[in-house]
Design a protein around this ligand. Structure first.
Ligand SMILES: CC(C)(COP(=O)(O)OP(=O)(O)OC[C@H]1O[C@@H](n2cnc3c(N)ncnc32)[C@H](O)[C@@H]1OP(=O)(O)O)[C@@H](O)C(=O)NCCC(=O)NCCS
Length: 194
C-alpha cells in the first residue's frame, strides 16, 4: 500500500514538473479535438463538484460555447505531455476588472497544485493587461451549505479573494436557473491585483 502511495506521489510530481499553461490560440487552427477535450473535462468535473445543485442531465458547457470563448482568446489550458488536463476562462469585465471562470482540472490530476497555477496564470495575465482587480463567481445554494463549495470558499479566501456581493441566478441566467435542483446564487469574490 505504501509503495502504491509513493508511486502515485512520484507520478503526480513528475506530471506537475511537466505542466505547461498557455492561452489556446484563437485562430482557426485550434483543433476541434482540443475543444472537445476541454468541454469533456469541464462537464465531467463540474458534474461531480456541483452534485445535487443541478437537475439530472444539466451540463456546465457545450462545445459551441468553448469554441466561442476560444475564438475570443479567453481560454487558457494546462497541458501535460501535450495533453490538456485543465483549463480556465480569463476575460476583462471592465476597465479595471478581470475575471477567471470555468476553472477545471481533470480528476486524475487534482490536488497537485495545477488549479493554483491556473489561477496564478489568470492573475498574471490580467496584471500584464494593467487591470487592478480580479473577480470570480462561486455558485452556492441559497440555503444550507455544499461541502465542495465550502472547500472552494476557504481556498479562495486563503489566496486573497473576498466576497463582495451575491447575485441571483434567476436574474443573471434565467434559463440556467430553470435547470437548478435547488435555489442557488452566485457569491462574487474579488481580489486586488498588486
Ligand atoms: C477547483 C479545482 C480546479 C482545483 O484544482 P486542483 O488542481 O485540484 O487544485 P490545487 O491542487 O491547486 O489545490 C487547490 C487548493 O485546494 C486544496 N485542496 C485540493 N483538493 C482538496 C480536497 N479534496 N479537500 C480539501 N482541500 C483540497 C489544496 O490544499 C489547495 O490549497 P492550498 O494551495 O492552500 O494548499 C478542481 O478541484 C476542479 O476542477 N474542481 C471542479 C470544478 C470546480 O469546482 N471549479 C471551481 C468553480 S468556482
Amino acid at each position: 500500500m505504501q509503495n502504491v502511495k509513493m508511486h502515485r506521489k512520484q507520478e503526480v510530481s513528475l506530471i506537475t514538473e511537466s505542466i505547461k499553461i498557455q492561452m489556446l490560440p484563437c485562430h482557426a487552427s485550434t483543433i476541434v479535438e482540443e475543444m472537445e477535450q476541454i468541454t469533456e473535462i469541464v462537464n465531467r468535473v463540474y458534474a461531480e463538484a456541483e452534485k445535487g445543485l443541478w437537475m439530472h442531465g444539466a451540463a456546465r458547457t457545450t462545445m459551441a460555447e468553448i469554441a466561442e470563448f476560444t475564438s475570443n482568446g479567453e481560454i487558457a489550458v494546462a497541458k501535460s505531455m501535450g495533453q490538456i488536463i485543465g483549463c480556465v476562462r480569463i476575460r476583462q469585465l471592465d476597465e479595471e476588472t478581470g475575471e477567471f471562470g470555468m476553472l477545471a482540472v481533470d480528476k486524475k490530476y487534482q490536488g497537485a497544485g495545477i488549479g493554483r497555477e491556473l489561477i496564478h496564470f489568470a492573475e498574471a495575465k490580467c496584471q500584464k493587461d494593467r487591470l487592478q482587480k480580479m473577480q470570480l463567481e462561486l455558485l452556492v445554494p441559497v440555503d444550507g451549505s455544499h461541502p465542495v463549495k465550502e472547500t472552494l470558499k476557504n481556498w479562495y479566501t486563503r489566496i486573497g479573494y473576498r466576497p463582495v456581493y451575491t447575485e441571483a441566478m434567476e436574474r443573471s441566467f434565467p434559463k440556467l436557473a430553470q435547470m437548478l435542483a435547488l435555489s442557488c446564487h452566485f457569491i462574487i469574490f474579488q481580489k486586488e491585483l498588486t
